[in-house]
Design a protein around this ligand. Structure first.
Ligand SMILES: Nc1ncnc2c1ncn2[C@@H]1O[C@H](COP(=O)(O)OP(=O)(O)OP(=O)(O)O)[C@@H](O)[C@H]1O
Length: 244
């Protein structure tokens, strides 16, 4: 099993407790005006994926899709349950985050590689290819903050894809950069997908899910409505949307 989630739940706590400071906290507690709210964004989700699976996650806004991806990529620890993930993950979420604006493009590439667990030797081997794919040869020694946001995404995409992921996580990012780069990035993504990696894709396009995925996870308000075959679940989801 490449990905296995067992009764995973994630709780967010919201309210005024973060910014108010200890004094205000005590005053509000004494006055009974201290409000915090618990919120289960993901509530008891279990499913597993094997090598080569391409799983789509569907559900309305706020269903918990992005939160679940954060658990799978290890950015968040579930409040309850377990997530077992075996393999290198390339997560194309919030693409341009996690870079250091003052370091150069080259330094950032090595830094991101190190964060993904790759050795310097491996990155030396891959570096030229990454920069060439991102079409940033002329920007290698510029500070990262001087890149346009499209260029930043291109670099993030190139690093994530060219370092041989075993698990690919895509959050509505099938459109990176401008027209020409988008075509190239989609082709690259399809190449990776077809090379036998396990892919998890969040998309609001049911057409895309039907075309690409062999399994589907349907979430609604954090709860798992169903996990199973694409056609059956997409049909049910469409019926559900029609009745809404
Ligand atoms: N940091 C946070 N603190 C509190 N609540 C949060 C936080 N992040 C998300 N939420 C809430 O958790 C729920 C699930 O959010 P999430 O972003 O996972 O949904 P989603 O299915 O990805 O939605 P969308 O389709 O709109 O992108 C939402 O109700 C959201 O308001």
């Amino acid at each position: 099993m490449v990905v296995k989630l067992h009764n995973v739940s994630v709780r967010y706590i919201t309210g005024d407790f973060k910014e108010i400071g200890i004094k205000e906290y005590i005053i509000r507690r004494l006055q009974g005006k201290y409000n915090i709210r618990e919120f289960w964004a993901v509530d008891n989700v279990s499913f597993s994926l094997e090598k080569g699976d391409l799983c789509g996650i569907i559900g309305s806004n706020g269903a918990g899709k992005s939160t679940l991806l954060k658990v799978i990529t290890g950015i968040m620890v579930p409040t309850k349950g377990h997530a077992n993930v075996n393999g290198n993950i390339a997560a194309l979420l919030e693409l341009a985050s996690g870079f250091d604006g003052d370091l150069t493009v080259k330094e950032n590439t090595y830094l991101r590689g190190a964060m993904l667990g790759y050795t310097r030797a491996f990155m030396n081997e891959m570096y030229d290819q990454i920069i060439a794919f991102a079409e940033l040869e002329e920007f290698q020694d510029r500070p990262f903050k001087q890149l346009s946001s499209g260029m930043k995404s291109r670099l993030a995409f190139s690093i994530a894809c060219l370092v041989n992921p075993e698990i690919l996580i895509l959050d509505e990012v099938l459109s990176v950069g401008d027209g020409a780069f988008r075509k190239k990035s989609e082709a690259k993504m399809m190449e990776i997908i077809h090379s036998g990696v396990t892919t998890i894709l969040v998309s609001h396009s049911l057409d895309q899910i039907r075309r690409m995925c062999n399994k589907v996870l349907w979430l609604d308000k954090g709860k798992q409505i169903a996990f199973g075959q694409t056609k059956e679940l997409c049909d049910r989801y469409e019926e559900f949307l029609a009745k809404k």
